[in-house]
Design a binder for this molecule. Structure first.
Ligand code: FES
Length: 65
């Protein structure tokens, strides 16, 4: 599902970025450009990030450190 229409980023893109250690909205903005144009995707992207982050078991995750 598309999360950011402006950048054509999907929930899968967010999950892949999270698996590579993008655990914050700032990380998503830097890696994917989420919410960098119109900003309408910010709340949805945050929701997807939070849900994925809560279930994350990535060794790249910094929240457990
Ligand atoms: S929908 Fe993401 S910046 Fe516009």
């Amino acid at each position: 599902m598309y999360i950011c229409i402006c950048r054509q980023d999907t929930d899968r893109d967010i999950h892949e970025a999270l698996a590579q250690g993008a655990c914050r909205m700032r990380d998503l903005r830097e890696r994917l450009g989420v919410s960098m144009q119109c900003g309408k995707c910010a709340e949805c992207a945050h929701t997807v990030l939070k849900e994925a982050c809560d279930a994350c078991v990535s060794p790249a995750c910094t929240k457990a450190a």
